[in-house]
Design a protein around this ligand. Structure first.
Ligand code: AKG
Length: 306
């Protein structure tokens, strides 16, 4: 287990390019992110946004599992979501009086548009500023997130660079280097290992080889999460966060129909499709031949990894 580097700004001068060039996560402290740190109490948020309907995840489990879907999608007026996410026992609920809530804001048309806090929550966007860590033309999305205390979001990677601005509430972050992806039991962009602190090592024996990078974010901290770093977040308190994604690669590398910023860059997606085709083709052979040629393919791939 390793701790993530902390940079105390503005005391430490950290240039934008050094942060993004190093491709390692970092916690930025003492950054001026605007009035949100003082203003964004549950009452203020509810008052500013009112009863605008929002799509949420609801679960009786603290560990949201995207692969086995242990949650429901529901819609609530924003004010009601805030009230419920800020309390631990509910008088109004969908599944159980102790259920957990998670909101990840969506674009105007969630199938086509990216989330942008300035569009969906203009009354709140004025309270938050993020440093000019990336050129505005590389901006992709800004996602507003609300979480109940205890809630843990599945481990996944994103294909864009990302600043997670933890406006309110402590949060534990566990990250994994992209080079450890083969120990992560991936299902698309998500890991099947739900409990990264107490993993089921009978089911996921290789996971033990993955190095965990951990940190606790306090209100006002920013975590830089470079593209492809896997991350797992647990809210230790009622949490309010905004994360900002931007393109690290040339624009034409990214899938244009990707409102969530989690579709693999074109060359990677094409290569993965070829791989699936190659594996299907090998199925025509008897087992011993298939194994032989699979191993030849693995050696060939290993030769190309620096
Ligand atoms: C991200 O920044 O990509 C996250 O997954 C953050 C999730 C969260 O903090 O709730």
């Amino acid at each position: 287990m390793r701790s993530i580097l902390r940079f105390y700004l503005p005391q430490t001068i950290l240039s934008t390019s050094s942060l993004t060039l190093q491709r390692v996560p970092a916690v930025l402290k003492n950054v001026n992110i605007g009035k949100c740190t003082e203003r964004w109490t549950a009452e203020y948020l509810a008052e500013q946004v009112g009863n605008q309907p929002v799509k949420i995840h609801v679960s009786t489990s603290t560990k949201l599992d995207f692969v086995n879907k242990n949650f429901l999608y529901r819609t609530l007026p924003f004010g009601e979501l805030i009230a419920r996410a800020a309390e631990e026992k509910h008088s109004n609920y969908f599944l159980d009086e102790k259920e957990f809530y998670y909101m990840r804001s969506l674009g105007d048309d969630p199938r086509k548009d990216v989330a942008d806090i300035r569009r969906q929550f203009p009354g709140l966007a004025k309270d938050i500023t993020y440093s000019d860590i990336f050129p505005e033309k590389q901006f992709f999305s800004s996602v507003f997130r609300i979480a109940s205390k205890g809630l843990c979001l599945w481990t996944h990677y994103d294909v864009m660079d990302n600043l997670l601005i933890q406006v309110k509430g402590k949060k534990n972050a566990v990250l994994f280097h992209p080079n450890d992806v083969s120990y992560m039991y991936m299902n698309g962009d998500k890991s099947e290992v739900l409990d990264v602190e107490n993993p089921d090592l009978e089911k996921y024996p290789e996971f033990i080889k993955a190095t965990k990078y951990t940190c606790t974010l306090d209100s006002g901290d920013i975590l830089f999460i470079p593209a492809l770093w896997l991350h797992n977040m647990t809210s230790l308190e009622f949490g309010v966060a905004v994360n900002v994604f931007w393109r690290h690669l040339e624009e034409n590398m990214y899938d244009k129909k990707d409102p969530y910023g989690n579709k693999d860059p074109h060359p990677a997606a094409t290569a993965l499709t070829f791989l699936e085709k190659a594996l299907k083709t090998l199925k025509q052979l008897p087992d011993d031949y298939r194994t032989f040629y699979s191993k030849r393919m693995i050696s060939r791939i290993q030769d190309t990894i620096s």
